[in-house]
Design a protein around this ligand. Structure first.
Ligand SMILES: *Cc1c(COP(=O)(O)O)cnc(C)c1O
Length: 414
């Protein structure tokens, strides 16, 4: 759903002018559209309507409480990767009975917190983790619900840093080893086998790796069933890509039809863990041009947002569209869009043709996922504020950090 549009020559999100938001809250500023978030959610609900399923929003894509709360009210489950994310889900009113806990390095404290909360499932990623979870659950007098995260070894055809389902990745257990591990888990006293999980990568543009991974996981489930190990759910992970530039992401309805055929007549519930595709195109980062710096080789536009606010370009060479909030009437010039941080890697986009002036506002699009949740304080920059727009209403969902706040936990040595 596109909730970004021009009104009287300037960009608005839903019924709210970005110029007005910048004047009121300053920049850099994350701006989200409630309608876009809810439409993304509804697209999953519609696509999977024919199959008993649970959508577990991958919290790491954007963990702001207001966004978690919106999804919780739509009935969402959550995929968490830390105790911090569990605390956020609970604070946002999420149902712990719909929480799955992924990640290769769960600590004992995190296991305890998740067991105490009563989560749906631990997605176990190694044999050592299995033993530790059994012990921790035993100490608490509980049974821990477990799935193995299996690594189906399919090539997701995405950026190497965000591909997770190949043999050489640190995630999951080899699918060939899974039957042995399930037998082992079945013999441990404080565990209850509930499912299986896989997640092969992120920003997947092709449906075929997702479908291949599903087939491999379903074959495993049938093998386990033949041994008397029955599962309640099959979690096929997240990873559905979005359009940043000109990609044609997988059609969710088509994905839903593919999975509906595969799940027809099966007793296990389908789980999915989308992150990016629920929030990515529902948010933008609003920034202001500080300086234009023409050069012999290239021109720079130095903006007040940086790699600490939006790390994806620096980290993955990711592309974000950058548009002027009120485009100028003169011909565009080509700029490298950079932030003020003292790193050559601090860029937001290269060779962008823009008609802009110092002081103009820019919108960095598709910044709702892995934007604010990856933000840091590098160069002692307070993290941006976040605003949620709901038609004509404006909600400040996170205050801008203050410099005194950044220093508040620090002590001098005497
Ligand atoms: C990151 C992650 C997701 C979400 O991936 P997206 O590409 O944002 O949909 C889902 N599951 C696990 C285990 C993850 O680590």
């Amino acid at each position: 759903m596109n909730t970004l549009h021009q009104v009287d020559g300037a960009l608005h999100v839903e019924g709210v002018s970005l110029e007005a938001l910048a004047a009121r809250f300053g920049t850099p500023l994350y701006v989200y559209s409630r309608a876009a978030l809810e439409a993304a959610w509804q697209a999953y609900a519609d696509a999977f309507a024919g199959t008993p399923h649970l959508v577990c929003y991958a919290v790491k894509a954007n963990s702001s409480l207001a966004i978690l709360n919106l999804f919780a009210r739509l009935g969402s489950g959550f995929d968490i990767v830390s105790g911090g994310e569990l605390a956020r889900v609970l604070a946002a009113g999420g149902d712990p009975g719909k929480v799955v806990f992924s990640g290769v390095g769960k600590t004992t404290d995190e296991m305890r917190a998740a067991l105490a909360a009563g989560i749906l499932c631990f997605n176990v990623e190694s044999e050592s983790e299995l033993y530790r979870l059994d012990r921790v659950a035993g100490e608490m007098g509980r049974r821990a619900p477990v799935s193995f995260r299996v690594n189906p070894d399919v090539d997701p055809k995405t950026h190497p840093y965000i591909s997770t389902g190949l043999k050489e990745n640190k995630f999951g257990v080899a699918i060939a080893d899974a039957p042995r591990l399930y037998r082992l888990a079945a013999g441990l006293p404080n565990l209850e086998i509930v499912g299986v999980d896989c997640h092969i990568g992120s920003q997947l543009i092709d449906l075929s790796p997702l479908a291949d991974a599903a087939d491999r996981v379903l074959t495993l489930v049938d093998t386990l069933a033949a041994e008397g190990i029955a599962l309640h759910h099959i979690d096929l992970g997240g990873g559905v890509g979005i359009r940043y530039r000109d990609e044609t992401p997988p059609d969710l309805a088509a994905y839903g039809r593919v999975l509906a055929r595969k799940f027809a007549g099966r007793r296990e519930k389908l789980l999915v863990e989308p992150g990016r595709s629920l929030v990515g195109n529902a948010g933008l980062l609003l920034a202001r041009v500080e300086y234009l710096k023409p050069g012999e080789d290239r021109n720079f536009a130095i903006v007040d947002a940086a790699m600490n606010d939006l790390m994806r370009p620096a980290l993955y060479e990711a592309y974000h569209d950058i548009v002027a909030v009120r485009p100028r009437a003169w011909p565009a010039q080509r700029y490298d869009m950079v932030g003020p941080i003292c790193e050559t890697g601090d860029f937001l986009g290269f060779a962008r043709d823009m008609a802009i002036e110092e002081g103009d506002l820019l919108a960095l699009l598709s910044a709702g996922a892995y934007g604010m949740s990856m933000a840091s304080n590098y160069n002692s920059r307070p993290r941006a504020a976040e605003v949620l727009v709901d038609k004509n209403e404006i909600h400040l969902i996170r205050e801008r950090e203050t410099i005194s706040g950044l220093m508040s936990g620090e002590r001098l040595v005497y």
